[in-house]
Ligand binder design. Structure first.
Ligand code: GUN
Length: 285
C-alpha cells in the first residue's frame, strides 16, 4: 500500500509560513501583496479554480483583485486591462485563467503580461529562464507545486526514470524541464506516442497530466513507482484523476490522491510566486 502524498497537509504548512511572513512585512509598514485574477466567461470548472485561488490568497493575507469579464469580451479589451495592471505599482501578480474563449489568442495575452508579474510563469521570458535554470524567473505553478511536494516527502528524483504523460504548455512541458534540472531522466509522452504502456511501465516516477479519467491502469505501473496524478475530471458524478487510484495505490510506493494531491499544491505555488513577485517589487529579501 502506497504512502499518500498529501497536498492538503503540505499546503497547510507552506501557507501558514507564508501568512506569518506576510504578517511580518505588514507589521513593518509595507503594503500587502496583491494578485489580480482575470476570468473571461462562465466556464464552471474555471470558476471553481479561480474561487480556490482567491480564497487561498485571502487566507494568507494576499489581496485578491478579481476581474470577471463577459464571454464576448474583445481581445483588445482584455489586453488593455492587462496593460493597465502591468502599470499598477500596487499589483504584484497577474493571472489570466485559461482556457480563454476561442476568439482570444492566449499566447498574445500571455506575452502581454509583464514578466515580473507573470506569477503563472507562462511568459516566454520565464519559460526561457526555466530552461536556463535561472532562479530570477517564475516556474509554472503545477510543476513548482509537484517539486515542493516531492521535496517535502524527501523524494530524490536524481537519476530516476521519470515518465510524464501529457506535453502541454501548463504542466507537461515545463515539468519536463524542471525535473531535468533536478537531474531526473525524462520521457515525455503525448497523443502520438506509439506505445504508452512501454514508457509508463519503465517509470520510477510516473506523472500523468492528460485529463483523461483513469487512463493509467494498474498494469501500466511498475511495482514501487511514485505516481503523481495531475488530472481532474468527472466520472459518474465523481471527481477523479488520470490514475485508477484504488488499484494503482496497491502497487505504488507513493501516490497523490485526486482531489487533495497536486491541486492544492498548484494553488500554494501560486501564493509562493506572488510573494516572490512582491518581494522583488519592494526589494525585500
Ligand atoms: N488553467 C489550468 N491551469 C491553469 C494555471 O495554472 N494557470 C492559469 N492561468 N490557468 C490555468
Amino acid at each position: 500500500m502506497a504512502t499518500i502524498l498529501d497536498g492538503r497537509e503540505v499546503s497547510k504548512i507552506y501557507r501558514e509560513k507564508l501568512k506569518k511572513e506576510i504578517g511580518e512585512y505588514k507589521s513593518k509598514g509595507y503594503r500587502e501583496p496583491a494578485l489580480a485574477v482575470i476570468l473571461v466567461g462562465d466556464d464552471p470548472a474555471s470558476q471553481v479554480y479561480v474561487n480556490n485561488k482567491r480564497k487561498a490568497c485571502q487566507q494568507v493575507g494576499i489581496k485578491s483583485l478579481f476581474y470577471h469579464l463577459p464571454e464576448d469580451t474583445s481581445e483588445e479589451k482584455l489586453l488593455n486591462l492587462v496593460r493597465e495592471l502591468n502599470e499598477d505599482p500596487e499589483v504584484d501578480g497577474i493571472l489570466v485563467q485559461l482556457p480563454l474563449p476561442k476568439h482570444i489568442n492566449p499566447q498574445k495575452v500571455i506575452e502581454t503580461i509583464a514578466p515580473d508579474k507573470d506569477v503563472d510563469g507562462f511568459h516566454p521570458e520565464n519559460m526561457g529562464k526555466l530552461i536556463a535554470n535561472l532562479d530570477s524567473g517564475f516556474v509554472p505553478c503545477t510543476p513548482l507545486g509537484i517539486k515542493i511536494l516531492l521535496d517535502h516527502y524527501g523524494i530524490d528524483v536524481k537519476g530516476k526514470d521519470t515518465t510524464i504523460v501529457g506535453a502541454g504548455y501548463i504542466v507537461g512541458k515545463p515539468l519536463s524541464v524542471l525535473m531535468l534540472n533536478m537531474d531526473a531522466t525524462i520521457t515525455v509522452c503525448h497523443i502520438y506516442t506509439k506505445d504508452l504502456k512501454k514508457h509508463t511501465l519503465n517509470a520510477d516516477i510516473l506523472v500523468s497530466a492528460t485529463g483523461v479519467a483513469h487512463l493509467i491502469k494498474e498494469d501500466m505501473v511498475k511495482e514501487g513507482a511514485i505516481v503523481i496524478d495531475v488530472g481532474i475530471s468527472k466520472k459518474d458524478g465523481k471527481i477523479v484523476g488520470d490514475v485508477d487510484f484504488e488499484r494503482v495505490k496497491e502497487k505504488a510506493s507513493y501516490i497523490t490522491p485526486v482531489p487533495g494531491g497536486v491541486g492544492p499544491m498548484t494553488v500554494t505555488a501560486l501564493l509562493l510566486n506572488t510573494v516572490k513577485a512582491y518581494k522583488m517589487h519592494l526589494e525585500l529579501s
